[in-house]
Design a protein around this ligand. Structure first.
Ligand SMILES: Cc1cc2nc3c(=O)[nH]c(=O)nc-3n(C[C@H](O)[C@H](O)[C@H](O)COP(=O)(O)OP(=O)(O)OC[C@H]3O[C@@H](n4cnc5c(N)ncnc54)[C@H](O)[C@@H]3O)c2cc1C
Length: 405
């Protein structure tokens, strides 16, 4: 069957694919999105940093986002290990670096829902809510559908998740490191106000993190050894809530389970090459990191922003938006950022798990320094905020186009 042709075809309707489709469409590119709307509800939330929020506001979903998410104004790290070198808790306050908040926390399902609504309302996007059957064309410029037809793009973006089929079909290598932990996720209602504070207890089996949601609610990411997490997740609501209450030293008072729960295995996926032919990888198809330090989706949004920026620069110069030159700039812009953040996440996780005295001392010493030394703390806060966005000349043009569209 004849190909239908677009400027951009995105595969995967997760948060990255949906936001990418909106961004390209609003910038005036003929856009097709392939993939069913996600149904996953596992209690996971996304802490979105200011750079991601600005990107989403540019897509016209700012007011719904504000209404369904909660600002993160303070990040508190508490050493809850058995270490001999336990430093006092460290608090990072956004106000210390002149910000109102570090970002906002939103339930993943709510974020996907608001993006789905926005894509449905954008009549310029052709959304085919089905799984792609694969790639075709020597330059991977077309996406095959189940009925044998295909959709072709000058640029094809694989946003089909960590097990990306398109990545494999294009022969782009990916290596997965499995960690000896899983994350138990759920949503909690609690007695006390969270005060917009996210608290991360560092334990010997990984971080246990409470992140504020609207009202007296918080999300939980409890990184733990699989047998412990599996026992916990099978508990009735009241027993799970009291186990969480006890682990959190009751800082938020009495708790109840107030949403779905899930268990996610922890692994890291590294992909050294992010493109081949006309195909570029974005989101978890390009990199997956454990849920420590709230980086994953923020990196995914930065990917699509970088691709869009480059495509806008190419278009304004009359150049091809799926050219090797554009892709090597994409690779340079994104790979370093992803590598640095992946290394930081691994470093922290290893230090918690190792139980080795030198690593334990270094971690305790590091946290102690952060608690005492203001300039160091502020530098770490700025680095963690991930301002490493691609700064091509497309940004300004895109914002204009997005707000007008
Ligand atoms: C417990 C936990 C907490 C987290 N917390 C944070 C956080 O605080 N901040 C943060 O930034 N990140 C966080 N993350 C990471 C974040 O959830 C992920 O990075 C993000 O959801 C990945 O989005 P994605 O769109 O790339 O992939 P996915 O959400 O996996 O979407 C991929 C989509 O592609 C579809 N698909 C697959 N194959 C095909 C095909 N052949 N055709 C069409 N569609 C296909 C899938 O069905 C799916 O809908 C967390 C992750 C976990 C596990």
């Amino acid at each position: 069957m004849t190909d239908r042709r677009f400027d951009v075809v995105l595969v995967g309707a997760g948060a990255v694919g949906l936001a990418g489709a909106l961004a390209f469409s609003r910038a005036g590119f003929a856009t097709c999105l392939v993939g069913p709307a996600p149904e996953r509800r596992d209690g996971r939330t996304a802490a979105l940093l200011e750079t991601s929020l600005a990107f989403l506001r540019g897509l016209g979903v700012g007011s719904v986002l504000e209404a369904t998410s909660q600002p993160l104004r303070t990040l508190r790290l508490v050493d809850d290990t058995e270490s001999l070198f336990r430093p006092p808790p460290v608090e990072f306050r956004a106000a210390e670096i002149g910000l109102d908040a570090f970002g906002r926390n939103i339930e993943n399902a709510a974020l996907v829902e608001l993006l789905v609504d926005a894509v449905r309302r954008d009549a310029r996007i052709l959304w085919l809510p089905e799984f792609a059957a694969g790639l075709s064309g020597e330059d991977f410029s077309a996406v095959r559908l189940r009925d044998g037809s295909s959709v072709a793009g000058a640029l094809v973006v694989a946003a089909d998740g960590r097990k990306s089929r398109l990545r494999d079909e294009a022969g782009l290598e990916a290596s997965e490191t499995r960690h000896p932990q899983v994350a138990l996720t759920t949503i909690l209602g609690h007695e006390r106000e969270h005060g917009d504070v996210s608290t991360e207890f560092h334990t010997g089996s990984g971080p246990f993190t409470l992140v504020p949601l609207p009202g007296r609610r918080s999300s939980l990411v409890w990184v733990n050894r699989p047998p412990v997490a599996e026992r916990l997740v099978a508990l009735p609501d009241a027993e799970l809530a009291s186990a969480i209450e006890a682990r959190s030293h009751r800082i938020l008072g009495r708790m109840r389970i107030d949403g779905p729960r899930g268990i996610v295995p922890l692994s890291t996926v590294r992909v050294p090459r992010l493109h081949r032919g006309r195909l570029a990888l974005a989101g978890e198809a390009a990199h997956a990191v454990p849920p420590i330090g709230a980086q994953g989706l923020n990196l995914g949004f930065a990917d699509v922003e970088a691709l869009l920026d480059l495509a806008m620069v190419a278009r304004s110069g009359g150049a091809d938006i799926g050219s090797p030159a554009l892709f090597s700039r994409y690779q340079r812009a994104r790979l370093r950022d992803v590598q640095v953040r992946t290394a930081a996440i691994h470093g922290l996780n290893r230090a918690l798990l190792s139980g080795l005295l030198p690593l334990d001392m270094a971690r305790g010493f590091g946290l102690g320094l952060l608690a005492r030394v203001g300039p160091l703390r502020r530098a770490v806060m700025r680095a963690g905020l991930g301002t490493a966005r691609f700064s091509g000349t497309g940004s300004a043009a895109r914002s204009r186009s997005a707000s007008g569209g």
